[in-house]
Write a protein that binds this ligand. Structure first.
Ligand code: ISE
Length: 336
């Protein structure tokens, strides 16, 4: 049975997911769209042959919809995910799950009351081939115990609403989730430092930023985020172990020689750099949903990431103090 999918959020990543589900993946078809902006949702309806709904509740509750994909502004994620749980619909929610850890707790409470997991969070790095290679080596302890990790998350620029807090609470959430998944352990502390401000940083925003996390076993991770780097979408991850260091493979783009110089293209945005990871992530979500289960990152993963990110913001507001990350007790529904 092909899943009939409703998308909530007619923006850039919503378009990406509609095109991948309807053109490249199997087992689902996007048939409906909602967005607060009537003109945008009508445009998507016309562009992709979708049924436009005039409210999220009408789309999510519709008997014509089997599952939903949330690609809206972060501020609407909690509302739409709670509506999906209320109607017993599987939901793929782009990161972050919610803009606060309390919002993630409300989502977990709703899933616990429903008696089953329905939510997958869009931490797509877990589906990237290179990150999965790193995880296989770390799980096998090929080079001994991991000790340190160095991450780099550079955007060429940012668009729309963006502020200092979002560098940790939106952008860095990818590394916060990925490193916890790679290392297989939770975090103990967060410390967010504001280095020298970039010359082209927006007046209302500090850029770049460095987040230092420690894990419960003592691994220390530094995450640089530079969201207006101006040169490309550049993602790095190196993990230093007892007997060696492993690094995320660079994308295999051709080496060009011309005009007495050599160059290799750097991606200009996330949709290019992680195109295959997004495809794998949504295909695995479609397959799991048709099997009536959640196999990817859960609401608990969304909660831990949100709690870590807001603790990083607390550190920043306190001038770069080392703050303990206090998690709630893990509910039984989310035990491995
Ligand atoms: C965006 O939402 C993403 O997920 C990108 O991967 C990240 O680089 C960007 O900073 C975020 O705003």
């Amino acid at each position: 049975m092909e899943l009939r999918i409703g998308v909530l959020g007619p923006g850039w990543i919503g378009r990406e997911h509609i095109e991948r589900i309807n053109n490249r993946l199997r087992g689902g078809k996007v048939t409906a769209i909602f967005g607060n902006d009537r003109e945008r949702r009508e445009k998507f309806a016309s562009l992709f042959g979708l049924k436009p709904f005039d409210s999220s509740e009408a789309l999510i509750s519709s008997p014509e919809i089997d599952a939903v994909v949330v690609t809206s502004l972060d501020t609407y994620h909690e509302e739409y995910v709670l509506q999906a749980i209320r109607h017993g619909k599987f939901v793929f929610c782009e990161k972050p799950l919610a803009t606060t850890s309390e919002g993630c707790e409300r989502i977990m409470e709703a899933e616990i009351a429903a008696g089953k997991k329905l939510v997958q969070v869009g931490f797509m790095r877990r589906c990237d081939k290179g990150y999965r290679q790193l995880k296989r080596m770390l799980d096998a302890r090929t080079f001994g115990e991991p000790l340190l990790a160095h991450c780099c998350h550079r955007n060429p620029d940012i668009s729309g609403v963006f502020n200092t807090a979002m560098v940790a609470e939106n952008t860095m959430t990818h590394e916060i989730d990925a490193m916890r998944w790679l290392l297989g352990e939770d975090y103990a502390t967060a410390q967010l430092i504001l280095p020298k401000k970039a010359s082209n940083a927006r007046d209302d925003m500090h850029d770049p930023q460095i987040l230092i996390l420690s894990t419960t076993s003592g691994v220390h991770i530094d995450i640089e985020a530079f969201v207006r780097s101006g040169y490309g979408y550049d993602i790095k991850c190196e993990i230093c172990c007892d007997r060696g260091a492993i690094s995320l493979p660079e994308p295999s783009n051709p080496l060009v020689r011309t005009n007495f110089a050599r160059s290799v293209e750097i991606a200009n945005d996330w949709s290019v750099r992680f195109h295959d990871a997004f495809d794998a992530e949504l295909q695995e979500w479609l397959d799991a949903t048709r099997a009536d289960e959640v196999v990817g990152p859960t609401a608990w993963d969304g909660y831990v990431t949100a709690k870590t990110a807001v603790t990083a913001s607390k550190s920043r507001e306190n001038g770069g103090t080392i703050e303990r990350i206090e998690l709630m007790e893990r509910p039984a529904l989310y035990m491995q």
